[in-house]
Design a protein around this ligand. Structure first.
Ligand SMILES: Cc1cc2nc3c(=O)[nH]c(=O)nc-3n(C[C@H](O)[C@H](O)[C@H](O)COP(=O)(O)OP(=O)(O)OC[C@H]3O[C@@H](n4cnc5c(N)ncnc54)[C@H](O)[C@@H]3O)c2cc1C
Length: 380
């Protein structure tokens, strides 16, 4: 414990993709930025995702065109700025009988996705023959296969991406404090003082980017907030070997979707994800055996007998919690993909970041800068 006081223009709580992305954006705009995390960079939800940088094909079903389009613009930019970490990958959608969605509906969705993705015809979707699919996905059943579609989307390594964004922020002058416990936060209407295990930090702007922990942080420090979150967990399981060389977009009989994601770098396949509403504190939430069984059962519906997965084949299972935005007054009323909630006290500003996907952290960070009225003139 030191008694030093660190002054900066902005303090950000949380070094996930959103906190790190905002730090990068504000540091590049010439602000002095301090980021404080109770754990390590990217160790929260930002390392527990499906690792897709995507518009979200399934959001078209609920007519969220603007959301999909914005995310696809973010995808375009990420492909350009981190070409070694964000790459276009080949996806298959095999449609088996009985399909919970008609094949024509999925095909229509894919064509619309192409349209929203832009003019690059090289990455447009197409129909593939069952024979061609059997070559690419030898472990998948042929019986009951009605049609197969092929499309492209982007994939990353979520933890490495978050660490790289934090590194970019650091190179632009931001300071990250990991494994730092916050004991108190005060405000004298000129600046916030954040008291931590590494000393005191002061700044006139405090950004709360603690992802799924946001309600717990707001309650602990008695922060006002217009929104709350619904905590929807999702697990992934990993098995050794590559079940397929390409990513698979699968449907369960109950119309839910899951992905089969080959990870050739460590010769493993990732399968996920699930959805479970959680009520416990975030740090107490753990993988549920029922969710593991659910994934095994659903993938086995599509695998040939020699490739069936048993419980003992599951090498790892990890869980993340989606922070889905809800209105504070009516928590069941799910709001947009993310919300920025600003509160002013004298000359100080508190800004909460509710929600936000891995894919959209760039546009979210820009909106934060605009909401804070930070000038872009210093942008390097
Ligand atoms: C199963 C699953 C699959 C997903 N798949 C995708 C996908 O494929 N593509 C996509 O775009 N998005 C996906 N998402 C969404 C995406 O992963 C998250 O929305 C995103 O990572 C949230 O980032 P964040 O920075 O807001 O939160 P986090 O990454 O959780 O970061 C919050 C940080 O705050 C810190 N913190 C908490 N409390 C405190 C405190 N008191 N003091 C200091 N620090 C604190 C935590 O340690 C953590 O590091 C998925 C999410 C889940 C759960």
């Amino acid at each position: 414990m030191t008694n030093s006081t660190h002054k900066s223009d902005v303090i950000i709580l949380g070094a996930g993709i959103n906190g790190s992305g905002i730090a990068r954006e504000l540091a590049m705009s010439g602000k002095t930025v301090t980021v404080i995390d109770k754990s390590t960079i990217g160790s929260g939800t930002s390392s527990k995702s499906s690792r897709l940088i995507h518009g979200g094909l399934r959001y078209l079903e609920t007519l969220q065109f603007k959301l999909v389009h914005e995310a696809l613009l973010d995808r375009q930019e990420l492909l350009r700025i981190y070409p070694d970490l964000v790459k276009m990958r080949s996806f298959y959608i095999p449609i088996y009988k009985p399909s919970p969605r008609p094949a024509w509906m999925i095909w229509f969705g894919l064509k619309f996705y192409d349209l929203l993705s832009g003019k690059n015809k090289q990455h447009h979707s197409r129909v593939v023959s069952k024979k061609q699919f059997s070559v690419h996905a030898a472990s998948f059943k042929q019986e009951g296969l009605k049609a197969v579609f092929h499309y492209y989307d982007a994939k990353t390594n979520d933890l490495q991406l978050t660490q790289r964004v934090a590194q970019d922020a650091t190179e632009n002058g931001a300071n990250f404090y990991e494994n730092t416990f916050i004991s108190a936060i005060t405000n004298n209407k000129e600046f916030f003082t954040v008291r931590t295990s590494q000393g005191d930090f002061t700044a006139p702007i405090l950004i709360n980017a603690t992802g799924p922990w946001i309600d717990e942080v707001n309650s602990k420090f008695e922060f006002p907030a217009k929104f709350t979150i619904r905590k929807i967990s999702g697990i992934h399981i990993t098995v050794d070997g590559l079940l397929t060389n390409d990513l698979m977009f699968m449907q369960t009989k109950q119309k839910r979707i899951f992905f089969v994601i080959p990870e050739p770098n460590n010769n493993q396949t990732l399968i996920g994800t699930t959805e479970r509403e959680e009520t416990d504190l975030i740090d107490n939430i753990d993988v549920n055996e029922e969710d593991i069984s659910y994934l095994i059962k659903n993938i086995n519906n599509y695998l040939k007998p020699g490739f069936q997965i048993l419980r003992q084949n599951v090498k790892d299972a990890f869980i993340g919690v989606r922070p889905l935005v809800a209105e504070a007054e009516n928590p069941t009323n799910l709001s947009r993909e993310y919300e920025l909630d600003k509160h002013t006290f004298g000359n100080t500003t508190l800004l909460h970041v509710f929600g936000g996907k891995l894919t959209t952290y760039l546009s979210l960070a820009r909106k934060v800068r605009k909401v804070l009225k930070i000038n872009i003139s210093y942008y390097k």
